[in-house]
Design a binder for this molecule. Structure first.
Ligand code: NAP
Length: 296
């Protein structure tokens, strides 16, 4: 199976390499050409457009930014669908809106192209180590055909339901990530203001029922004053916007998620758009008039 990979950002630049090392020939395209040239040095072939990627591939993966970006590389004049042959498979691994995903799948189906949505969790480290959690929407038999290409990037692949279901589960993931993070920064503020050593609080709470990935991973970084991403505020805000728009359509109130989105907007207003989401600690510091995370 010849694989095409579109989008070599923080995630994509590591992900394609696992596929290549598993023995599949990979053709890449990236808007900023220099990143594709780097990939060529590591064994990829380079195409001049998403259309050309699709012409040369049986299975095409997109890993770009937001919903309009995926629409552009898939449906644009030079997009993947302009070059894809009937019988090929398109897999979007970006995090985008479930409804837009269903529309893309319908456009793909008109060309005889089967589509899966397969967003991921696990961050840049998961992409580097090939330990992503992949949540898949689409037809089960298409997933089985694609599985050998997805497996080298993943520690888990779960078929969540029909097209769009992967994006819906990813949205649930982002609700949980946001609200857990809020709990982490509030606990840090409380400990600091009450005069307890932050290391002790972290040592105890990471071993109990209140532990979480966010606490175990962001806690030490908050103590060290390391607010680099990981996962940027910019991307979390994109994902929470998707969540809240879908919730609005479903007439579902999500009070906690809306609060986290507003607090992260305050992080953005303070210049933290490209920081990791745990930069929320800076807003907590201001609200509580307490210094928690050393400034570097
Ligand atoms: P990134 O580093 O910002 O890279 C984005 C990639 O998309 C770049 O290759 C960029 O090209 C390309 N791109 C963006 N807009 C485009 C457009 N209109 N046309 C063509 N190419 C375009 O992002 P990332 O961290 O790799 O994330 C990619 C996706 O994975 C996002 O949907 C994100 O939400 C999701 N995700 C990210 C993480 C994470 O921890 N980073 C975790 C889970 C899921 P250029 O090189 O030219 O800018």
């Amino acid at each position: 199976m010849r694989v095409g990979f579109i989008g070599l950002g923080i995630m994509g630049r590591s992900m394609w390499q696992h596929i290549y090392r598993a023995g599949f020939p990979v053709t890449v395209w990236n808007r900023t050409r220099s990143k594709a040239e780097e990939a060529v040095k590591l064994g990829a072939e380079m195409a001049d457009s998403p259309k050309e990627v699709a012409e040369r591939s049986d299975l095409i993966i997109t890993m770009v930014g937001d919903t309009p970006d995926v629409q552009q590389v898939v449906e644009g004049e030079e997009g993947a669908l302009a070059g894809a042959r009937p019988g090929s498979i398109l897999i979007d691994m970006s995090t985008i809106a479930p409804e837009a995903t269903r529309q893309l799948a319908a456009a793909a189906a008109k060309k005889g192209v089967a589509m899966l949505d397969a967003p991921v969790s696990g961050g840049d480290i998961g992409a580097q180590q090939g330990t992503l959690s992949i949540m898949v929407g689409g037809e089960a038999e298409v997933l089985e055909k694609a599985r050998p290409v997805l497996e080298p990037m993943a520690k888990s692949i779960v078929h969540c339901g029909p097209i769009g279901a992967g994006q819906t589960v990813k949205a649930c993931n982002q609700i949980l990530a946001g609200l857990t993070l809020l709990g982490v920064v509030e606990a840090f503020a409380f400990a600091k203001k009450a005069g307890v050593e932050l290391e002790k609080m972290l040592e105890v709470t990471t071993q109990g029922a209140a532990s979480s990935w966010a606490l175990a991973n962001y806690g030490p970084r908050i103590i060290q004053g390391d607010l680099k991403p990981g996962f940027s505020v910019r991307f979390q805000q994109k994902d929470l916007r998707i969540v809240l728009q879908e919730a609005e359509q479903m007439e579902l109130p999500l009070m906690g998620t809306a609060l986290v989105q507003q607090l992260l907007r305050a992080v953005q207003a303070h210049g933290g758009n490209e920081d990791g989401t745990h930069a929320l600690i800076r807003i907590m510091e201001q609200l509580g008039q307490v210094e928690i995370s050393p400034k570097k």
